[in-house]
Design a protein around this ligand. Structure first.
Ligand SMILES: [Zn+2]
Length: 248
């Protein structure tokens, strides 16, 4: 998920994170992928293997797949094994979320059909501002049927890069799931944090936020899909290599 709010209310940064961010801003910090298509946003051949030429056991940024890729449009499978492979996947998801300046990332967005998401969002619910939820089950409050505010309720998605559309969400949710170590997680989320939980869990059910827009905004969204050619499989973009689609 991408959020305008993430720019208005940047999460607090520890000195260590600041150092990491400075390194990330160095264009030479990441090895270039071997794909000749790099530099052409949204037109990348899908690469499901680890994307950087990093050493084994190191963390990798992975390409983010775009609307039209089937993995985004079908339900993801529950995680059943908490092994090293899972830890590696989750580490890559954190890295990819950070490199894309996202506030949330679901596994299907990097082409992996498993029920996992990571998030990075300050909240007023006493929940750590950064975390991973596996096999989440949400209980939702009521969703208003009023028209959404085009600015205050606009969401964005890394898999629908460069665009934002408004929609109503439940103002609070309860979240039940597991963390990356297999420990139970349970909390209540409100406001934008609740919105983030709903957006990411939708991904695991094969739904993008653009599938929840009202009639007016659905019409506008469909024109974008057609214009961008996002009706087919195979489009993706590479955080840290391609220009940031949301202008960070
Ligand atoms: Zn999303």
């Amino acid at each position: 998920m991408w959020s305008r709010r993430s720019r208005v209310q940047p999460p607090s940064i520890t000195p260590m994170e600041r150092v990491v961010m400075v390194i990330r801003n160095d264009p030479f910090a990441y090895p270039q992928s071997g794909s000749p298509a790099h530099g052409v946003p949204g037109k990348f051949p899908l690469n499901s293997s680890r994307s950087t030429q990093a050493k084994d056991n190191s963390v990798a940024i992975r390409p983010i797949v775009i609307h039209g890729n089937p993995v985004l449009h079908r339900p993801a499978a529950p995680v059943t094994e908490f092994n090293d492979e899972l830890k590696e996947l989750v580490a890559d998801m954190y890295e990819t979320m950070d490199a894309s300046n996202g506030v949330g990332l679901a596994a299907p967005q990097i082409g992996v059909g498993l029920r996992i998401f990571t998030y990075k969002m300050e909240n007023e619910d006493g929940v750590p501002p950064r975390g991973c939820i596996i096999n989440p089950v949400l209980t939702l409050g009521k969703i208003s049927t009023a028209d959404p505010d085009p600015y205050e309720e606009e969401e964005g998605c890394l898999s629908f890069p460069g665009y934002g559309f408004p929609l109503k969400r439940a103002e609070w949710v309860t979240v039940n799931g597991l963390d990356e170590h297999g420990n139970p997680v349970h909390f209540e989320a409100t406001g934008w944090f609740a919105r983030c939980m709903q957006h990411e869990t939708d991904h695991l059910d094969g739904k993008l936020y653009v599938n929840r827009l009202n009639k007016k905004w659905t019409g506008k969204m469909k024109k974008v899909v057609k214009k961008e050619g996002w009706t087919v499989d195979g489009n993706s973009w590479m955080p840290g290599v391609d220009p940031d689609p949301f202008g960070h």
